[in-house]
Design a protein around this ligand. Structure first.
Ligand SMILES: Cc1cc2nc3c(=O)[nH]c(=O)nc-3n(C[C@H](O)[C@H](O)[C@H](O)COP(=O)(O)O)c2cc1C
Length: 201
């Protein structure tokens, strides 16, 4: 079947896009509002963009027309955020933080997460996460009702036992969560990881 995306209703475009572009990494983003309220929410329209400069991007929607999600608003107003990696044991807590809480609610408290001060940004780190990436707002593109946020990576915190001597994070020691379509997730564990070297000509 060939699907003409321009003829699909918006909700179906979402379903199609998010079930064919899989698995997606999850940026579990912590921010703080300009009034000092911490916020946590997950985003899987998320990708690394470049290493020189070190940039990542996340695409954030609106709560309703003209009202930006709290994460987008906080990044716009304070200029920074932290991307925290999600592992299997954090899956339920991550899911809990995706509920549409009011902007005055601190999702760290809701999900019983521990705040850890960042080194250079105002937003706190999620202490339970094994990798935390401190980012500064680089650019925000407003496309339709979406905010495409580019962040410059400033500091990366990595749990000591998972960093190898070449500065690779050994993800086989973690169980990283990826987002699939609908309510489905995958877990990247040591058993379903393969090592494949580049071919030499
Ligand atoms: C795994 C997962 C991935 C998500 N990815 C996105 C995304 O890429 N963009 C988006 O706008 N919302 C996404 N959401 C929904 C947001 O997490 C949700 O709207 C949240 O309430 C936003 O919180 P905030 O208003 O505190 O920023 C995702 C939810 C889940 C569970």
């Amino acid at each position: 079947m060939e699907i003409d995306v321009s003829k699909l209703p918006k909700s179906q475009v979402y379903k199609l896009m998010t079930s064919v572009i899989v698995p997606r990494p999850i940026a579990w983003i912590s921010t703080i509002s300009k009034d000092g309220v911490p916020n946590v929410a997950p985003f899987s329209y998320f990708a690394g963009v470049s290493s020189e400069p070190p940039l990542l991007m996340v695409s954030i929607g609106s709560k309703e027309e003209g009202i930006k999600k709290d994460t987008w608003k906080n990044i716009e107003e304070t200029g920074d955020f932290v991307v925290n990696m999600v592992t299997k044991e954090l899956l339920e807590k991550m899911n809990l933080t995706s509920a549409p809480f009011d902007e005055n609610v601190d999702e760290f408290d809701v999900a019983k997460l521990t705040k850890k001060p960042a080194s250079v940004v105002k937003a706190p780190l999620i202490a339970e996460s094994p990798v935390n990436i401190e980012c500064r707002k680089f650019q925000i593109l407003e496309i339709g009702s979406m905010g495409i946020i580019f962040g410059e990576v400033l500091k990366v915190h990595v749990r000591d036992d998972i960093l190898n001597e070449k500065v690779y994070v050994d993800t086989t020691k973690l169980e990283i969560v990826g987002r699939l379509g609908g309510a489905n997730y995958c877990i990247v564990s040591k058993d379903n990881t393969i090592e494949l070297r580049k071919p030499k000509l």
